[in-house]
Design a protein around this ligand. Structure first.
Ligand SMILES: NC(=O)c1ccc[n+]([C@@H]2O[C@H](COP(=O)([O-])OP(=O)(O)OC[C@H]3O[C@@H](n4cnc5c(N)ncnc54)[C@H](O)[C@@H]3O)[C@@H](O)[C@H]2O)c1
Length: 705
């Protein structure tokens, strides 16, 4: 027996599965055997008693989980941080444990009422006492960690739990004597896994596989070189033995029904103490402000979800709810993250939905010089589609050429400082680039009710193909917009793939161009080739467009067409020489509509107009997109996604594709102005042309008889 090691246990007199607060309890209400539970608990108790001192706390009736004393609190030396249970089902245990700790002379620290922390279930000391691993995500709140660090004077390393089955840190993580760590990596997010790997060298990491993890192998009591657990596979036993441990198995199946095993049933009250230790807190906090129709537009939920999904936690410090339908609400939120890196990621997403830092927290953006043409500093801020402002020398600059996936470059000009979005290759030596996420905000109209970044705008197609009526409604809406844009001299850009031709849509798109609804066309080699194939030979990819049947040898048609156009020197020349007499390309040339054909690896020919230098093609696309009011994206995944990335928010986008995944991919950019239509593109274009003709027809004169 090791005199110096003490544990606290609680006899299972009132143990049962009475409610469901974790996945293990599901289907197990009142399914545990009282006798077997008592027997299993006794075996564990005796095993530990042979090796350490065990104190007992008196079980209280009505609190069946009191048997899991790991959740009584977290003890270091003569100090205890008492648990604040997350679920009301366990909150009644708190006073009983408090009485016990006080009776034993511990200094008891209690967390604020709404700050859950579940004791040694979610906080495990490195066995040399150098630091404390603390879990969060299910039961304990990240914001409890700084208080624990301060009260126990120790460095706290926060780990985020991701798998509901492993809801407490001690269900999937077990520091062992000699600096070893037995754990189940998939229970943690990637940041936490990196942190573990930074602190524990590879030879000390004992990775547990899923079958052992679900047998609660990590829920182990470690006394010096001994590990006591419910069950371990031969592999795990061998690995532990190799590391110098003796494995003792003692079945605890009755307690597994409640989601606990050996470690959960014990609380170690004598932990190794390092005298020269200091509180170290890696957690970063920031306070941000949100303003607008926070509830109607679902913005507040979206913001809080982003914080939690990103690995942080939040506290709403103030919430002023607008009283009338038109009044806006205001919320002040404190956000915590386990590291600067995680905070940066969370804040950059919050900036996208219009969250701003509080006035007192407003700082200039951090800028770093470009040290090599075409290469940004390491942690450059990645731009989004939203209108952004950046604070330089105390002054907010509007970012020009807003687009997604660029860097924000600041340059000095005779007219002062200029901020603009640039793609990496355009960065120039000497320019300064925004890094980090301070001094940035996106501009969102506070009166807007549109759920920016919300999935709603695309939700109608996420169920699959939109219903016919739904398509008709969207066509009506798009037709109305097209008419409005044309009448006010606006700009509509179409990006289209060859499917437009194969589905019989060429005549409709040609009609739109002729009628002045299209101001620029973007595509690849294929749409132009197949359009002209149809014009010259009546086929599209060898299929007779009138009969709908494949023409013998028709697959060669498009190559012949490419050859003819190459002979002419350009598409425009082919039109002027009468080689191409109708179709989309013909209408573009005849109506002076600029087009850009971007090359790709699968292009035949290519046509003389196809730009095979991709950088030039991207630049030409960007030029034609500038000033667009609306973009119609017609059945080309490649070009639609390319165009989507180049376009700032505020431009209406209509994406038509038969594949919901393509439409959803475009919705990921989160623009509220986007509409997705899952339907056949030929059908869409024919409905659109009909609707436009209806909208623009002369009023019929009613004959009075
Ligand atoms: N002969 C050639 O030179 C040739 C031929 C084909 C493609 N290409 C080139 O390959 C690149 C990619 O071509 P892409 O744009 O055809 O392919 P893509 O895969 O990028 O896009 C085709 C899209 O059309 C959708 N689609 C299929 N049938 C549809 C229908 N009936 N209605 C609506 N949507 C439908 C698909 O779901 C897909 O998203 C382009 O650069 C193109 O020019 C060249």
């Amino acid at each position: 027996m090791t005199d110096s090691i003490r544990f606290l246990m609680c006899p299972p007199d009132h143990y049962d599965v009475d409610y469901v607060i974790n996945p293990w309890m599901e289907g197990n209400i009142h399914k545990s055997s009282f006798d077997r539970a008592r027997e299993q608990w006794q075996s564990l108790y005796h095993l530990i008693k042979e090796n350490a001192i065990v104190d007992l706390v008196t079980p209280a009736k009505g609190w069946p989980d009191m048997v899991f004393t790991a959740n009584a609190g977290l003890v270091l030396d003569k100090t205890v941080v008492l648990s604040r249970f997350y679920h009301k089902e366990r909150q009644g245990e708190e006073p009983y444990f408090k009485i016990w700790f006080e009776s034993q002379g511990f200094t008891v620290h209690e967390l604020p009422k709404d700050l859950p922390f579940e004791g040694a279930g979610d906080a495990l000391f490195d066995r040399e006492g150098r630091y404390l691993w603390a879990g969060y995500g299910f039961r304990s709140e990240l914001d409890s960690h700084p208080l624990i660090a301060e009260w126990l004077d120790i460095e706290v390393l926060s780990l985020r739990l991701m798998d509901e089955r492993f809801y407490h840190l001690d269900t999937c993580f077990c520091p062992l004597t000699g600096g070893y760590l037995m754990y189940y990596p998939p229970a943690f997010d990637s940041y936490s896994n990196r942190l573990i790997e930074l602190r524990v060298p590879p030879e000390k990491r004992i990775i547990v596989e899923e079958p052992d993890a679900v047998n609660f192998a990590c829920n182990t009591v470690n006394i010096n070189q001994m590990v006591i657990m419910n069950k371990a596979s031969d592999n795990l036993k061998a690995r532990l033995q190799e590391a110098g441990f003796t494995v003792l198995e003692t079945p605890l199946t009755e307690f597994l029904k409640a989601g606990g095993a050996a470690k959960c049933l014990t609380l170690r009250v004598t932990e190794p103490i390092i005298i020269d230790r200091h509180a170290v807190i890696n957690i970063e906090s920031r306070t941000v402000l949100m303003e607008g129709h926070l509830l109607d537009a679902g913005l507040i939920n979206r913001a809080l979800d982003l914080v939690v999904e990103g690995g942080g936690s939040f506290q709403v410090l103030n919430f002023n709810l607008g009283e009338q339908r038109q009044s806006t609400s205001k919320a002040e939120i404190k956000i915590s993250a386990p590291s600067h890196e995680v905070m940066e990621e969370i804040i950059s997403q919050l900036i996208d939905i219009g969250v701003v830092s509080l006035d007192e927290d407003q700082r200039d953006a951090r800028l770093q010089p470009v040290e090599q043409d075409g290469v940004g500093p390491d942690d450059f801020y990645v731009s989004t589609i939203y209108p952004t402002e950046v604070r330089v020398d105390g002054q907010w600059l509007t970012v020009q050429n807003q687009r997604m996936d660029g860097a924000i470059a600041i340059s000095e000009t005779p007219n002062g400082l200029v901020a603009q979005c640039k793609i990496l290759r355009d960065l120039k030596l000497g320019e300064r680039v925004v890094v980090d996420v301070v001094g940035l905000r996106t501009i969102r109209k506070t009166e807007s009710r549109e759920p920016r970044n919300g999935p709603q705008e695309f939700s109608f197609m996420s169920a699959g193909v939109s219903s016919e009526r739904r398509v008709e409604l969207i066509v009506e809406q798009v037709a109305w917009e097209l008419r409005q844009i044309r009448d006010r001299g606006g700009k509509v850009v179409v990006t289209a793939g060859p499917v437009v031709i194969h589905t019989g849509g060429a005549q409709h798109l040609s009609h739109l161009i002729r009628q002045g609804y299209v101001q620029a066309l973007l595509g690849g080699n294929a749409i132009a080739v197949h359009d002209m194939e149809q014009s010259i030979m009546g086929t599209s990819l060898g299929v007779d467009m009138k009969q709908g049947v494949a023409v013998k040898g028709g697959h060669r048609h498009h190559l012949k067409v490419i050859n003819s156009v190459r002979r002419c020197g350009s598409i425009a020349a082919a039109v002027e020489q009468g080689v191409v007499k109708s179709g989309i390309m013909y209408e573009c040339v005849k109506n002076n509509i600029p087009f850009s054909l971007a090359g790709s690896i699968r292009d035949d020919g290519p046509l003389p107009d196809t730009q095979m230098d991709l950088i030039k093609a991207q630049e030409h696309y960007a030029e034609l997109l500038r000033g667009a009011d609306m973009i119609l994206m017609l059945s080309s995944m490649l070009h639609s996604i390319g165009v989507g990335n180049m376009t700032p928010s505020g431009v209406k986008m209509v994406c038509v594709d038969i594949n919901p995944a393509v439409v959803t991919k475009l919705s990921d950019r989160g623009s509220v102005e986007s509409i997705g239509v899952v339907t056949d593109v030929g059908l869409f274009l024919s409905l659109l042309v009909n609707q436009l003709d209806k909208l623009t027809s002369k009023y019929g004169v009613v004959q009075v008889g």
